[in-house]
Design a protein around this ligand. Sequence first.
Ligand code: ZN
Length: 133
Amino acid sequence: MNKIEHLGIAVKDLEAANTIYAKLFNQQPYKTEVVESEGVSTSFFKVGENKIELLEATNPDSAIAKFIEKKGEGIHHVAFDVEDIYAEMERLRKEGFTILNETPKKGADNKLVCFIHPKSTNGVLIELCQEIK
Ligand code: ZN
């Protein structure tokens, strides 16, 4: 695993959150993207070398909608950059982590992604992501 790729923050209203975070960072998001398969609308900010992803649910069955219902808005996941997501998934499965995806899927920001269940990581949802080249 390399660096933290981004932090994901669950928000109720992406447009309102974009306005707040644009003020906070003194810049506009560099990208907004809807990921239909995940039921989310996202925006990305670059803060120095770091990235922040804001996520709003696009439907009530979305994982983000359920998260906000249970816990309210806030940090939703920590994403780590990996060289080879298939190899990492294999390694972590053998180590006993619960991986939420059989195979990696296409996520936001041109990435292959998978998620590790927070039950196996002390309450933190972990995303692995590999840049699609
Ligand atoms: Zn993410």
